[in-house]
Design a protein around this ligand. Sequence first.
Ligand SMILES: Cc1ncc(COP(=O)(O)O)c(C=O)c1O
Length: 459
Amino acid sequence: MSYPNFEKKQDANALYPGFISADESLGMESAEDVALARKLQLQHNNQYRTQAALDIGAGDVAVKAEGCYWWDVNGVKHLDFIGSVGPALLGLNNPFVIEKVKKYLDSHLITMDPLMLHQTTSAFSHNMSLITPYLSRTVLCCGGAEANETLLKMVRLAAYRTKKNKTRMLSTNNAFHGKTQATVNLGGKDKWRMWQGPDLPGYCHVPYGDWKAAEEEMKKGDIIAFFCEPIQGEGGINVPPDDYLPKMRELCTKYDVYFCLDEVQAGSCRTGYLWAHQYYGDKAQPDALSFAKAMSGSLVPTGGVLASEELYMAAYGNDETAFFHTATYQDNQISGITALACLEFMIEADVPGTIRANAPYFFDDLRKIQAKYPNVIKDVRGRGYMIGLEYGQNKNGDYYTVEVCKHMSVVGHVSTMFTINNDAVCRIYPNYWATKEDFDWALRALDEACAYVLETMGE
Ligand SMILES: Cc1ncc(COP(=O)(O)O)c(C=O)c1O
């Protein structure tokens, strides 16, 4: 059967004067439209977050976006070197992914029904187990915080059966794992727990990179799981010492603790490896990992957990527990086809290899700019396309971070962004399509911004 023509029975705008139709919202392209969009967002959404983005020269309306560029309403071309804060690693509006999503929509399958079999999500999960053979089970969801919630619940349920006297989760200072109730407690920044009342019990933190401190906590015998990011993102692009993750793997095995990696930001090829922990070969294989961001293609919210057979079965391996963690959108096929297409693109376009080949050129030249402005840029760090610049302060104690970021955006037309757990650090996240010319564009904008802040803010 096909649908009969849609019969318009009443006019939404006549009924609710000012009602904006779907077509009208998609056609907001003039300067007036942009002003309206800004007004509406300030009025009806998160006003102060919107204002904060406007303050650093972001928060514009993109009328078109492709590869690593977007165009504003005046036709000005901008270089996107923040990638929607991670998701756009495969490029803005990647045509390969869009084609698969369109094909899916044209196929008229059922997207949401939780009881149906799902061709796309089961294929994606199967592929994941081929690529990450030590993690055979996938639980899908719609974002990074939800993925970590899923994982927290999984290890608690599993521990209830297999590690009876254990109650606490161990995480790292300055970590960021999302902003739900449990994940702000798992995260290592007090700021995100303010005004929430007492902290949830059962979470503790040790310095990132310090395996001895982690071992001291584990010796107490009540740690269920150790959570950490392979490279801390929001904490300031902190790359741990090379022996840290392999050592944590060993300690987790020794003390019977689940080793859980939050690969939401560093994973999905960002660091030049499909999973950031694969940088260590087979020495840092987790019992589970969470993913999101770049596996969404910056198109459809997607996230999930990959878990070992043993962990997953300890949590959900019988008829009763099978229903403990279900959700309407969990296995939705629009996220499924998106993630599947992203994964296929990552492999067939050799996204990790491309990043490993190109990143050294950019890092080298960033370090040359650091050498030119040593008081402005204190450090250049990261791996692959996960890059952080740590800024210094002038004699009044003001960090150069925001002003550099703003100048790069407003004058240089290069989008970057600071990290939310570390005021000193700004990140630069190129995407797969970036060329040498694009890297040079960003380097020029950074050079000019550093000269500008020295002139205006002083040393
Ligand atoms: C490491 C890490 N985990 C979890 C999250 C939360 O993801 P989401 O914003 O999709 O909830 C983020 C977001 O920046 C992240 O960087």
